[in-house]
Write a protein that binds this ligand. Sequence first.
Ligand SMILES: CC(C)(COP(=O)(O)OP(=O)(O)OC[C@H]1O[C@@H](n2cnc3c(N)ncnc32)[C@H](O)[C@@H]1OP(=O)(O)O)[C@@H](O)C(=O)NCCC(=O)NCCS
Length: 177
Amino acid sequence: MITEPLDEARLLDRAEELAALLVDSVEGGASVGFLAPLDAAQALAWWRGRAAAMATGELAVWAAYEGTRVVGTVSLVFPDKPNSRHRAELVKLMVHREARGRGLGRRLLDTAERAAVAAGVTLLHLDTETDSPAEHLYRAAGWTRLGEIPDYAASPAGVLRPTTIYYKQVGAGARAA
Ligand SMILES: CC(C)(COP(=O)(O)OP(=O)(O)OC[C@H]1O[C@@H](n2cnc3c(N)ncnc32)[C@H](O)[C@@H]1OP(=O)(O)O)[C@@H](O)C(=O)NCCC(=O)NCCS
């Protein structure tokens, strides 16, 4: 299993596999921005649309492979505001259902955290559906649970669900904390 950062060309090259991963996550009930059933074409268009944000440096995307197949991904979103250059939001951490429970999610999380530190980021944050499996992963990785927002987003089935906010001070931010 390896993880690699994608550039725009590689993202477009791998967009169909990333789309399949997104469809699989939504089918599995994960709250990752879409309602079920998610159409493969819609998922593909969404991933292709990410390339523009990568070009401006607002988005970084990693893929994880088993063999040559993409089975996981994670992204960091960097705010464009001058007062927020020190922070990034962790989004779209997804592992294909066939590849879960083997440490890939944790490895992708570690990859994104290390890259954030290398980019000078000192604060990471994220939101995740309350009581989702991902919560265990973030807590185990030392993220701090801030609290819940009720009715934050619809589940793939269309039911409003709460989200839980997490943050983690990293790099110089962790040393100063
Ligand atoms: C969350 C997700 C990325 C975890 O991926 P994974 O490869 O199965 O995770 P790992 O194998 O690295 O497991 C990491 C930790 O989470 C725990 N974990 C994984 N799945 C779990 C589950 N269903 N219930 C409870 N704990 C779980 C593991 O036991 C492990 O804990 P440990 O380090 O204490 O042993 C994966 O379930 C997923 O893609 N979910 C759908 C998308 C999603 O919800 N993403 C989060 C959006 S914010």
